[in-house]
Design a protein around this ligand. Structure first.
Ligand code: SAM
Length: 288
């Protein structure tokens, strides 16, 4: 076990995880700007991309690149700097580092070395989409990008189709129609879905409807920009052992009230779901 007091005095440097805007530069927080000014080094997914942000906020901190192709070597190098007492901010091109972006290896390596890791709150495409989607905001599963291979995509969707929580995906515009087709195929035409496009930008748009309606829309629209796809949980699946904390009587009453069953039908089903003899359930019901 380990504990981290983020702001205790320390000989080591601190790794700050700094979210950056997903479109609208005004979404950069005061604290994020100040942190990028104060640190010794900014580890960027793409230094040219981050330079635009730094120019806008007049930040002249030294940058190094930290992206999927140099993760291993750069993680070691950045950890050396942190052990040396340097403070480092890690940013990705947009939104939260580590969320479908580079970062996790650096965080894990810092944690392993007891280097404080301090996250800043800020922009994130999935959560921004979720709160305006109109779908259940919790529970949810954030999935990020699904596989680009058709057979793996189909397998992943089959694995997810009975989930009862809201599902959130990232998808590029040129793969969106293919993704929606597979979604209709596996989840059915009636599943409620929401597309959130170009969040925080001028052409921000939400498309809400059934999977089939949204696929038809996407099929006849020139798709541009960035998309979050949100999918309502499967409402037809009853959670396994939903009755676990109920008495037999509560279980029977639930069946009679919400599934409109007679007491006889309810007793039969309750016995089946609980895996106990019908006469036991019957006896309990008639003792009440
Ligand atoms: N780290 C980012 C975050 O915290 O949201 C996500 C980075 S991931 C490489 C990029 C994907 O996020 C895009 O393909 C798109 O699915 C989604 N995305 C990013 N910005 C968006 C925006 N402004 N509107 C809608 N989706 C966006």
């Amino acid at each position: 076990m380990k504990t981290q007091q983020s702001y205790a005095k320390n000989q080591l440097g601190t790794l700050y995880l700094v979210p950056t805007p997903i479109g609208n530069l005004d979404d950069m927080t005061f604290r994020a700007v100040q942190t990028l000014k104060d640190v010794d080094l900014i580890a960027c997914e793409d230094t040219r991309m981050t330079q635009k942000l730094l120019n806008h906020f007049e930040i002249d901190t030294t940058k190094v690149s930290y992206h999927e192709h140099n993760v291993h070597a750069q993680t070691n190098e950045l950890i050396r700097e942190l052990l040396d007492g340097k403070n480092i901010a890690q940013v990705s091109d947009a939104g939260m580092p580590s969320i479908s972006d580079p970062g996790v290896e650096l965080v894990a390596a810092a944690v392993a070395q007891n280097i404080p890791v301090v996250p800043l709150p800020g922009a994130n495409a999935a959560l921004t989409a979720l709160i305006a989607s109109g779908l259940a905001p919790q529970p949810f599963t954030f999935y990020g990008f699904l596989s680009r291979k058709k057979s793996e995509l189909n397998e992943e969707l089959n694995h997810l189709k009975d989930k009862t929580e809201t599902l959130m995906f990232y998808e590029s515009p040129h793969r969106l129609v293919r993704f929606l087709k597979e979604l209709v195929n596996v989840f059915g035409e009636e599943r409620k879905i929401v597309l959130a496009r170009e969040l925080t930008k001028r052409y921000e748009e939400f498309v809400r409807g059934t999977a089939k309606e949204v696929l038809d829309w996407a099929d006849k629209t020139e798709l541009r920009g960035e998309f979050v796809v949100l999918v309502a949980g499967n409402e037809e699946v009853e959670e396994e052992n939903y009755w676990e904390n109920w008495t037999v009587l509560e279980h029977i009453e639930y069946k009679m009230t919400y599934e409109k069953l007679s007491s006889k039908e309810a007793i039969k089903l309750v016995a089946k779901e609980r895996g106990v003899p019908k006469r036991e359930v019957y006896a309990e019901y008639h003792q009440k």
